[in-house]
Structures are given as C-alpha cells and as structure tokens.
Design a binder for this molecule. Structure first.
Ligand SMILES: Cc1ncc(C[n+]2csc(CCOP(=O)(O)OP(=O)(O)O)c2C)c(N)n1
Length: 344
C-alpha cells in the first residue's frame, strides 16, 4: 500500500472507531433510561459512512435518515453536543428538541429525518442549492433498502437524473425493513429499481471501507464536474437489527433472556374466545420463520467492518487509533453523564 493509501486508511479507521464508540455510548445512555423512545444505531454502517463522508468538504451537504449519528460524527460535529441532544439537554445540538432521529446542523449542512425516504428529496434540494452556488458542491442522501418502496425517493431519483443534480444516493442495504425481508416487498429487485433512472450505479461491499471510499470518490467527482447523480449500493449487515433490543435479534441470540417474555404469549395461545387455533399457530409459525431468517442472515464476526480495516493496518497502529477514538468518546460521555446527574 502507498504511504498516501496507508494514511487514508488510518484516517478512515480512526473515524470508524469514533463512530462505533459513539454508537456504543448512545446504547449506554439508552439502557440507563436517559434517552427516550426507540434507539436506531448505525453499528455495521461505519465503513459506508466513513468511506463516503471522507470524500466531502465544506461545500457539501448531507441528508440523513434516523441512523444519523455516524454521519454527524464523521462530519466533525461535536461529540458532546450530539450526546447531549440525545438525552434531551437544552445544551444539545438542537436544543434537546430533536432527539436521536431529528438531528441537524446548519453549520455542517446536515439534516436528518425519521421519515423513511425523506433524505432523497432533501438531498435534491441541497444539490440544487449547491449547483446554484456554482462552487462544485455535492449533496449526499443516506437511506436504507426499505426506503426504495417510498414514492418520494423514486421521485427524487427521477428528478436528480432529469436535472443532472450533483447528488450521491447511498443505499445502505442490510436486507431488512424492520421485520420484513426487503426482497419480499421490492418488486423488480433493489439493484434494478435503483438503476432504473439512467444514472450510474456502483455496487460496493459496505463492510470494506477502502472500496466504499474509492466508489464514493468517483461519484463525488462526477457530481463536482457537473456530470450528474450516482447511486452507491452498499451491502452492510447490522448486528443490532432494527433498533436496540430488537426482539427478532434477541429471539435468536439471547433465548434465555426472552423466555420470561415469551411464556405469557404461549399461554395466550389457548385463551378463549379469540381467533381460531389454526390462525394463532400460523402467526407463531410466521414469527418463528422470521427469527430463523434473522439467525441465517446474522452478520458473522468476521464481517465486522472495523475488524476488516484493522487487519489492513499494523496491529500497533490500529490499537493506538482505537484508543484515541475511545478517549474522545469517553470524555464526551463523561460530560453528558455529569450533566444528567446534575439535572436529575
Ligand atoms: C414514511 C414512513 N413510513 C414508515 C415508517 C416506519 N418505518 C420506520 S423504519 C422503517 C423501515 C425502513 O427500512 P430501511 O429503509 O431498510 O432502513 P433501516 O431501518 O433498515 O436502516 C419503517 C417502515 C416511517 N418512519 N416513515
């Protein structure tokens, strides 16, 4: 690997570690009951996010989904202000009003939405603004595979293609939309659907940060040169499932933990009146089938994007970078926990 290549990989790995520890800090805040609502983490998406965002500069904008914290971290948004926002502090990034799903930073030109598919139209707006400014800026939209079944995303792809907007559409494909396999509800298939608007589509292994960074560099260069939008289709399994405490993941990985919760449901199977037994059994079979699919498609430890990147670096270097990132996140977390205690 050239020395520039090594430096780039080191920078990307540091960013991925920052993202991972921040997501773990969010998990800790949520488990302690300090962050309300569901918690959607981006663990597993580190390589996609670091690889894409590493190609952006101050001219560029990002439209994010509800797994937005990784991209905010990679963009350089202050870690403490992100964590404070998630615990609802008035000193948080959005004054404590956004929660983890609706984060934004005007200064960094980033905005997230809990509405599936919304990053598409938002990125078109950002892209149009960038083109109007004429400084070569691009916009990036991050969304999941389930979002391709939202009309507004299809319209955004069409508009970007028709107007040759400088937008990079990044589909993070984990193959699931909450509890449904995307392949079961995406007519025509993901790749053909995303590639149907006449713009280039680059398929990448979303666990390999260098492949993502190279593909994103090509897509961003096209946008900057006024050659229009690109789609990046990045596969990236997520070990935590849809949200923290995902029952399907727990069903397959922590059976003992769930036994107490499942027992009353089993008892309900024979309670009358209610649906016919055959119908009830068929529902149970459906849940079992989904759990089996989750087990079959569970990401292997070897597919962890951080491990993959670390293996490409000298061991001492990767360890050192991981420590740097951990310290940064621990400092931010310490401040947030301190504030939470003094507010309580
Ligand atoms: C317009 C809209 N419809 C439905 C939902 C409920 N919902 C939240 S996440 C989700 C699945 C999205 O799956 P995918 O796009 O693959 O993203 P992932 O959560 O896997 O990252 C759905 C249907 C929503 N938030 N917005």
């Amino acid at each position: 690997m050239s020395s520039t290549g090594t430096e780039q990989l080191q920078a990307l790995y540091l960013q991925m570690c920052r993202i991972r520890w921040t997501e773990q800090a969010l998990a800790l805040l949520w488990r302690r009951g300090l962050a309300s609502g569901e918690m959607h983490l981006g663990i597993g998406e580190e390589a996609v996010v670091a690889g894409v965002v590493g190609n952006l500069d101050d001219r560029d904008a990002m439209a994010l989904d509800y797994r937005s914290t990784p991209a905010l971290v990679a963009r350089g948004v202050d870690l403490t202000s992100i964590l404070l926002e998630v615990v609802g502090s008035p000193s948080g990034l959005c004054g404590g009003r956004g929660g983890h799903m609706h984060l934004m930073s005007r200064e960094h030109l980033v905005a997230a939405s809990g509405v599936v598919g919304a990053p598409g139209p938002l990125a078109c707006g950002f892209g149009l603004a960038a083109r109007t400014k004429g400084k070569g800026g691009v916009a990036v939209a991050f969304f999941g595979d389930g979002a391709v079944n939202e009309g507004m995303l299809m319209e955004a792809l069409n508009l970007a293609a028709a107007w040759r907007l400088p937008v990079v559409f990044v589909c993070k494909d984990n193959r699931w939309a909450v509890t449904t396999r995307s392949s079961e509800l995406t007519g025509g298939g993901l790749r053909r659907r995303l590639g149907a608007f006449g713009m280039p589509l680059d398929r990448v292994d979303g666990r390999d940060v260098e492949s993502v960074a190279a593909a994103a560099a090509r897509a961003v260069a096209r946008g900057r040169a006024g050659r229009g939008p690109t789609v990046l289709l990045a596969s990236c399994p997520r070990p935590e499932g849809h949200f923290l405490g995902d029952p399907l993941v727990r069903l397959t990985s922590a059976v003992g933990e769930l036994a107490a919760e499942v027992r009353p449901l089993v008892a309900e199977l024979v309670v009358r009146p209610g649906a016919p037994l055959a119908q009830r059994l068929s529902a149970v079979k459906g849940i079992g089938g989904k759990a089996a699919a989750v087990a079959v498609h569970a990401p292997a430890r070897t597919s962890d994007p951080l491990r993959r990147a670390a293996r490409r670096l000298p061991e001492a270097t990767s360890r050192e970078l991981a420590v740097v990132a951990r310290r940064e996140v621990e400092t931010a977390l310490g401040r947030v926990l301190g504030e939470a205690v003094s507010r309580a």
